[in-house]
Design a protein around this ligand. Structure first.
Ligand code: AKG
Ligand code: FE2
Length: 200
């Protein structure tokens, strides 16, 4: 694990959390076996399909809402559950859910956002595991334009941990590219508090 110094946030990266050959096998199994959905969200008053496929797994009864979309957990796939335990040991943090994104090629992407939904709590620890095609991961400060944009290349098998105040102060994205790219699966493990547990 190496710490990536960034003002007002914590970022740590283990570029070789999972070995290449295991990462490739995992990619192939998950690509074939997960229940991929292309969600539709409301944007500027219109319903649009998001440019990637998704799947949300975790303990039962967890909801995750963003952009008018409400995702309900599906049960853990055994491979995902095993990964969760390894990621928990590395992050020294426990997770009850995972948002899984499948970028089929260079045209699939994730726009600028921060993972700051109330159900994630105030300084969430989010562990992001990447499999398959390397993609650029950009970070841009939300308020101070004099702080330069940060860029990481997330390779297959890498584990990036976002923590501290990062989601308050930074947006992140996975940009599109016109280059021909292979598929990439990214898993962001999260501790999601449903409305019920938040009130406890
Ligand atoms: O695919 C990635 O590396 C980022 C995913 C992400 O930001 C998210 O799931 O919130
Ligand atoms: Fe995110």
């Amino acid at each position: 694990m190496t710490e990536i110094p960034i003002p007002q946030g914590e970022l740590t990266l283990d570029p070789k959390f999972i070995a290449d050959n295991e990462a490739r096998t995992l990619f192939d199994s998950l690509e074939q076996q997960l229940n991929w959905q292309q969600a539709r969200i409301r944007m500027f008053g219109q319903m649009v399909s998001i440019p990637r496929l998704q799947c949300f797994q975790g303990e039962p009864g967890i909801h995750y809402r963003y952009s008018g979309l409400s995702l309900q957990t599906e049960p853990w796939h055994p491979l995902i559950h095993a990964l969760k335990q390894r990621v928990e040991a590395a992050a020294k943090h426990s997770f009850n859910s995972v948002l899984i994104n499948y970028y089929r090629g260079g045209q699939d992407s994730m726009g600028w956002h921060s993972d700051d939904e109330p159900e994630l709590g105030s300084n969430p620890v989010i562990a992001s595991l990447s499999l398959g095609q390397s993609r650029r991961f950009l970070l841009r400060h939300r308020f101070d334009k004099s702080i330069s944009q940060q860029e990481l290349l997330l390779n297959s098998g890498s584990l990036l941990i976002m923590a501290g105040q990062l989601q308050h102060y930074w947006h992140h994205s996975v940009p599109k590219t016109s280059k021909h790219l292979e598929g990439r699966i990214n898993l962001t493990f999260r501790q999601t508090f449903t409305t019920d547990t938040q009130m406890e």
